[in-house]
Design a protein. Sequence first.
Length: 261
Amino acid sequence: MVIYKIENLSFKYDKFEVLKNLNLEISEGEFTGIVGPNGSGKTTFIKILAKILIPEKGRIFYKNIELKKIKAIDYAKEVAYLPSEIKLIFEIKVKDFLAFGRYPFSGRFGKIEKKVIEEVCEKLNLKNLIEKNLNQLSDGERQRVYIGQLLTQRPKVILLDEPTSHLDIGYQFSIMDILMDLNRNGITVISVLHDLNLASYYCSKIILLKEGEIYKTGNVEEVLTYQNIEYVYNTKVLVYKNPITEKINIFGIPKYMLEKD
Ligand code: ADP
């Protein structure tokens, strides 16, 4: 089933057009990666899906209902969004931060809320962190807590903006593995991803943006070709299938190594 249908979507910051006439469908159950060079409009696009930014042109349907007609609180019962950066302006314990995720469902903190949070802590291995302050955690632990808060919403869709950006290689895989596990358990995942290799390993669909337009959509092998990547990112790459994982890997090649003397 199509979960998002996007028709003629354009977006401007003041007069600067950032997204240009996007038309696309995203299906339920997919793990969709939004990729493209810096400034191509990825964050703007995911913020529009999260209902943070309102496009002036075009229409977006979530489960056949126009997004602008869905109340924020109802949308939050189905769709959870993790921005690329969260600024912590006050000290908060992990357990209280997790409880905020239940906000769309209840005004008070009752038995159900406690049970949901326990479930999430179990699933994401957060039990030893819940009494700590959020700002005492490592980047990797904090990211796990952020995803934990999304899950306390019991969402059907999660939208993420570069969820692995400050993490080392081990934590990158561990966060992506969590997302894949959620996806296999029925949650639709839509994530902006910087790293094309992670996109290749985890995504079932890729949306490749170039200067605010969709350059290509499809599965990994259709989209992450060396021709598409070289053109969109304006750099030379080697793309080949990793014999161990049987997934595509992308290696950038620096310009100086291509220069002949
Ligand atoms: P990406 O996530 O692909 O790097 P963004 O969606 O963040 O792209 O940005 C797309 C373009 O919009 C960039 O040129 C950026 O400078 C511009 N932009 C982003 N946010 C704002 C803003 N709040 N005001 C004005 N221009 C913005």
